[in-house]
Design a protein around this ligand. Structure first.
Ligand code: ADP
Ligand code: MG
Length: 576
């Protein structure tokens, strides 16, 4: 595509000054700024509508990123993440009120505590760097403010872009550190398997967060720094910083026990977050978890579309078929069983469970309750009777916070006790107690039966609204209006950025028909889709290529699909 000179943009903007807003449409297209090309991809219809979409491409000889950052994908993604952070700062300070509605506001995705791939800033193997952001084109009412537009588009925005990207090496040392940290973190995560671990938390980590709504670390003066306990301490080797000592959580069944308010849930949340690499200063740098670890919680009220929960729940009072269980309004226990089945469907290797957010009757049924309520009157086989099978037969580990149910000692491989925010290895003590105080409970449930495969009906994944074939509106950081359907994802606690929620909703649209084709199983379809994204990048899910998507896992994609209230599924052809 040919680009006009930036002077053309200047003269056009001056010539439409004072005209009605629609005249802005003619500025769409590419402009040559000498050291970069600015593309105006989409022009908004009025100053109150979603702002216009812009894209600036800087060639390698301007950005001048060193080869050591470009040659490894992890480093390149981390460099993009850091440039995104810097650009967010610069564009925010270039953003100002320049008239009505969104006039003059400039926005790029704001990264959180994790290093993620995002469509807002991309670097390719050659070092070509593209930033995507939005800008509200200035107007007073519906009258174009051409001179303000000139100042914003030809002066303030290019200055902000150049201060970060031309060249990007201004603070090269910081960029390098960020990239090498991401590489170390990814390397430790990939070593977990060979050490038989599902998670690793390094010495001196700071796990608590500032608040329930602020993911930044608690101030160092208030936080107890992490110390690995005797018995679970080991040293891994990071490629850049060398040996890192910390606590390894082995495969199998691990309990996190301890008194209330002693840091159990905080440790579990750090493990949940270990699927991502964290920025320097987060406190959870190098705290890593296997990529297939999935947080499971109860979520009463959610919808469930023909999920096989029969390993946990059978013989419901109204005779529902729990091998194909559907409901618009799940209970605590059925929602938790469905969450596990859905996670296993797309290959979860480790379940993370906190008693704080679990249904008690799903987790445990003690000896006295077994004696009072006959087995045939209790539809639930509690998790305590399945945890062992999940590990022995499917290789799926569990890390579970229990403060109240000592019956779990019987099935645990490892017991970590949290006391005043510090862990101790209590495995031997718990085993000794388990043999001294027998629980007298009877093991429930028969053999584990393999989960039924499901095929999604693509017509049931529909984001149409009125005349718009696709309408996706992110309403809060966890809720999307998908067509006319509300999709609530607050229970997916491992999502960390709103841009992931937006990308997942768009991926469902992209996947419907193409991957979710009515023949492939849900697992095959979603894996195919994720493979496409791995090859083509996140832009594969949306031809418009907006700058507000962030990378996500197949687990969250599957979980989101499962919560879509319109979803219909059926068994694969030739099965029942
Ligand atoms: P539990 O699950 O055992 O009841 P939490 O993990 O919820 O406890 O922690 C209780 C409180 O202690 C929270 O406010 C949390 O932020 C804080 N906290 C957790 N770990 C630490 C720590 N290492 N240092 C300081 N405060 C912590
Ligand atoms: Mg807790």
């Amino acid at each position: 595509m040919t680009s006009r000179s930036k002077d053309r943009l200047d003269s056009t903007l001056r010539s439409i000054d004072g005209k009605s807003y629609g005249a802005y449409k003619q500025i769409a297209g590419g402009y040559d700024f000498g050291d970069h090309i600015l593309n105006i991809d989409y022009v908004q219809g009025d100053p109150f509508a979603s702002p216009s979409r812009l894209r600036a491409a800087f060639p390698p000889e301007i950005v001048r990123l060193p080869a050591e950052l470009l040659d490894h994908e992890v480093r390149r993604l981390a460099a993009a993440d850091l440039l995104n952070r810097r650009l967010h700062r610069e564009l925010r300070s270039a953003s100002r009120d320049r008239g009505s509605g969104k006039s003059g506001t400039i926005r790029i995705l704001r990264p959180g505590q994790c290093i993620l791939e995002r469509t807002s800033l991309q670097i390719d193997e050659t070092g070509r760097t593209v930033a995507r952001f939005t800008a509200g084109l200035p107007a007073a009412g519906r009258r174009i403010l051409g001179r303000q537009a000139v100042e914003m588009l030809l002066s303030d925005i290019p200055r902000a872009l150049r201060s970060v990207l031309a060249p990007a090496t201004g603070e090269l040392e910081v960029l390098r550190r960020h990239a090498l940290l991401a590489e170390d973190s990814a390397a430790l995560r990939s070593q977990l398997d060979e050490h038989g671990l599902v998670a690793f938390v390094p010495h001196d980590a700071i796990l608590p967060r500032r608040s329930g709504v602020d993911d930044r670390p608690l101030a160092a003066s208030q936080a107890v720094t992490f110390e690995p306990p005797d018995g679970l301490t080991l040293t891994l080797e990071a490629p850049n910083r060398g040996p890192v000592t910390g606590m390894g959580i082995p495969r199998g069944i691990t309990l996190i026990v301890g008194g209330g308010y002693h840091g159990k849930s905080t440790l579990l949340r750090a493990i949940e977050s270990g699927i991502y690499d964290h920025i320097e200063g987060d406190g959870r740098e190098l705290a890593v978890t296997v990529p297939g670890a999935v947080k499971i919680r109860a979520e009463d009220g959610r919808s469930v579309a023909s999920v096989d929960i029969s390993n946990f729940i059978t013989d419901l009072p109204r005779g529902e078929d729990t091998a194909h269980f559907s409901t618009p309004n799940a209970s605590g226990s059925t929602s938790q069983a469905a969450a596990i089945a859905e996670a296993l469907e797309v290959g979860a290797t480790c379940l993370l469970i906190d008693e704080d957010t679990s249904a008690t009757n799903f987790m445990i049924r003690d000896a006295r309750m077994q004696a009072l309520v006959q087995d045939e009157d209790e539809p639930i086989t509690p998790f305590i009777d399945r945890a062992r099978q999940l590990y022995n037969e499917l290789g799926v580990s569990t890390v579970i916070v229990v403060g109240g149910a000592g019956d779990y000692f019987d099935v645990a491989d490892t017991v970590i006790g949290m006391r005043r925010y510090l862990p101790a290895d209590l495995t031997a003590g718990a085993k000794e107690i388990a043999s001294r105080f027998r629980t007298e409970r009877t093991h429930e449930g028969g053999p584990w039966s393999p989960l039924r495969q499901r095929v999604a009906d693509p017509a049931s994944i529909n984001a149409q609204k009125g005349r718009r074939p696709v309408s996706i509106k992110v309403q809060t950081s966890t809720r999307v209006l998908f067509g006319v359907e509300e999709l609530e994802l607050g229970a997916l606690e491992q999502l960390v950025e709103e841009a992931q929620v937006r990308a997942i909703a768009q991926a469902m649209v992209h996947g419907a028909g193409r991957w979710l084709d009515g023949r492939r199983t849900v697992r095959e379809a979603l894996e195919g889709l994720m493979e496409e994204i791995r090859h083509e990048g996140l832009d594969a899910i949306d031809a418009r290529q907006p700058g507000d998507y962030a990378q996500f896992r197949v687990h969250e994609l599957a979980a989101a699909l499962g919560r879509l209230r319109t979803l219909r599924v059926h068994p694969p052809a030739g099965t029942t």
